[in-house]
Design a protein around this ligand. Sequence first.
Ligand code: UTP
Length: 408
Amino acid sequence: MNREEVVKKLSEYGQEHLLKYEAELSAEEKESLYKQILDTDFSVLKKLGKKEEKSGERNIEGLDCLEVDQIEAKKDVYKAAGIKAIQEGKVGCVLLAGGQGTRLGYDHSKGMFNVGVTKTLYIFEQLINNLTDVTDEAGAYVPFYIMCSDKNYGEITEFFKEHDYFGYPKDYIDFFVQDMAPSCDYNGKIYMEGKNKLSLSPNGNGGWFSSFANAGLLDDATKRGVEWLNVFAIDNVLQRMADPVFVGAIIEEGYVSGGKVVRKANPDERVGNLCLEDGKPQIVEYYEMTPELLAMRKENGDPVFNFGVILNYLFGIKELVDIINKEIPLHVVEKKIPYMNEDGEMVKPEAINGYKFETLVLDMVHLMDNCLPYEVIREKEFAPIKNATGVDSVETARELLKKNGVEL
Ligand code: UTP
């Protein structure tokens, strides 16, 4: 490997400290370090210090949601269309499992977490159970793609093997790895995780489609005839995926994408709002909403921004292919990052200590020509496990699972 190139890159980005232990490394270890330096995209560091672009006046409008009573009125039509699409092999699922679940503080993939009380019920298992409800009804399987990170790919694939894919046919399950990005301290210096190891972490869930395609799975999905991909988060144990009514509604109403939403508990609940920006669908985060926007009312008195997204989207594959080379925004997020200190010891920080760089799947929505907000009932479909205790925690999710008749 070309050391000169390594040194040049490090000096360009002010990261010379990454070679601090070079003299102590074996030839093999040096090679591995050089490779990480050359392979990692350092350009993300340029984002530091720059304010997020979206400032000033924004042209945001409400986007009508397909509400529960409207869905109910056409449920049979939607469901028939969705079941037909599943039976024809047109629907695939993508589980985003590349996150690190730092808030939960669990050392393995969140999917391996046991939410059971008197018996074991792993999150992965619960999600497969939810999907099996649909595939049993349709009498057809849905290809199930799981996005892992470099860090958890090994343990996730082993876990599925060990548990015999939780009864789902192995031929319909595939795993892929998302790209990584460097993590750095508050001075923009990349952390190290070992004398020849950079601190790298999954680059956010927005890169899922390019990683999916790079892994050869776009070809796999195309060969299988998949036309729609349902992308969803790992942490919602009531997540309904390949939901035939949702899929059918998007098809019947002529949309290229859709997002499940829940009615907000209060206008400033901390959820993203699926609305329109400059005439295109957009998800505006709760902290980006102005008091004026929150005060806006429809003719019937309902708030215009009355629904929040739950990270369950349906995208047409054709549209995903069309946008694959378009850039989506890169977000700088403060996190707790384990690192090697000056004395060469690993430290697991108690408090946030630096930045990670992420793209987000919600930013993909803005690249779509249209996106249908589709209301689901919170108590039936939204039980996220983000934290160990308190709000959106293991406890709250267990309560909701029980209410929905899931034995724990
Ligand atoms: P979150 O934003 O909740 O992140 O992810 P997280 O990593 O799971 O948890 P915290 O913030 O560290 O506590 C939402 C969804 O996106 C996936 C997660 O696995 C989850 O399903 N995700 C997140 C990825 O697949 N890759 C990533 O790089 C980040």
